[in-house]
Write a protein that binds this ligand. Structure first.
Ligand code: LMR
Length: 357
């Protein structure tokens, strides 16, 4: 080999080394992508908290993780997204607590019980305490890691006719999420439950496929419910919140330092989510009123009590599905007045009507 050939081989080698070094560092800098899918609008408590998490995850991992948020069912609808998570097609979701039955974890339907939580403080005793933690752990055998609970708020009923008493909903087709407890709730009002994906509700209300629905105000507003429902009664008869979940294999396969940073981002996002939820619902109520298209009705305390009384039997009927011990622990730790309502009206107890707040 003459010296020119030696130089050529040397230069080729150098070029190959430089190329592979450049590729190697490009690959090393590829961020870990987390597809984070949900079904509601961006400007809702859940949508905003998901964006907040994406931002903090990027910042705390210094760009090692890129969270891509897909809002508004753009990637998957309710039922599909659960399957997609288990298959690993998305890495994170934040479904409402009513949607955990497909995982076979019926205890989550606890949160659907009418008038279970008297306020956010009572609710947080469960979601931010040891009961909440033990519920999240129940997801692990399903290949899912439960990371946090995020609030939305208390649900109200809407329809095209005024709602002041339980009888006003009699016979109506009401859209619900896929939860047996919600089904019982609607039947307790002598109405007809219609399970439907969130993304289909507006059209069903518009076409008359269903007569009414229930959701916290922020969801009703962002869904433009005021365009298709003439009446909204602030029944606040049940809670709707979320569990943030991840594909277990993916989550546990993350480098430990990255997972730790994401856990910090999640903690911050949970504080943020639970701070903005009530503010957002209050703001959106004013916005609905301002449209002038939907009449907003505030129940008197007697009217509210009539709803509570009508829905109390749901607690007793669903006790074995949810688990008696779990339910009693929740009643005890939250001081729920629903227990009293159930006792008064369904168990033939001797409570007087005044025990029901
Ligand atoms: C619904 O389907 O009504 C809710 O779960 C939507 C949501 O995720 O807030």
């Amino acid at each position: 080999m003459n010296s020119l050939s030696i130089l050529r081989v040397f230069l080729n080698g150098l070029a190959a080394w430089a190329l592979s070094a450049a590729l190697g560092s490009a690959i090393a800098q590829q961020p870990i992508v987390i597809k984070f899918s949900h079904v509601v609008a961006h400007d809702t408590p859940k949508g905003l908290a998901a964006e907040f998490f994406a931002k903090r995850a990027g910042e705390l991992t210094k760009g090692k993780v890129k969270v891509e948020v897909y809002a508004n069912s753009t990637l998957y609808k309710d039922k599909e997204e659960m399957e997609a998570l288990q298959l690993g097609a998305v890495q994170m979701l934040v479904p409402s607590l009513a949607k955990f039955s497909p995982f076979g974890v019926k205890e989550f339907e606890l949160f659907d019980l009418p008038y279970l939580f008297d306020n956010y403080a009572a609710l947080h005793k469960v979601t931010q305490g040891s009961i909440g933690q033990s519920l999240l752990e129940k997801l692990e055998p399903k290949g899912v890691v439960g990371l946090a609970f995020w609030d939305n708020g208390f649900k109200s009923f809407s329809a095209n006719t005024p709602i002041k008493t339980p009888a006003d909903l009699k016979g109506k087709k009401l859209r619900i999420q896929s939860s047996k407890v919600l089904e019982e709730q609607i039947q307790a009002l002598s109405a007809q439950p219609q399970v439907m994906a969130f993304s289909e509700v507006y059209q069903a209300l518009q076409s008359g496929g269903v007569d009414g629905t229930e959701n916290p105000i922020s969801n009703l507003y962002m869904q433009k419910i005021y365009e298709v429902q003439k009446h909204l009664a602030l029944t606040e008869h049940g809670y709707l919140g979320y569990a943030v979940i991840a594909n277990k294999k993916f989550w546990e396969g993350l480098p430990a330092d990255v997972r730790g940073q994401l856990e910090v981002a999640m903690k911050e996002s949970t504080t943020y989510a639970n701070k903005i939820a009530k503010e957002k619902n209050d703001k959106d109520l004013e916005a609905i009123k301002k449209t002038g298209k939907t009449q907003v009705y505030v129940l008197t305390s007697e009217e509210r009590l009539a709803f509570k009384k009508a829905l109390a039997p749901v607690h007793v009927k669903m006790e074995s599905r949810i688990g008696k011990d779990l339910l009693e622990r929740v009643y005890r730790e939250t001081g729920s007045s629903a227990q009293c309502a159930a006792g008064c009206y369904c168990r033939g107890g001797t409570c007087a009507i005044t025990c029901c707040r």
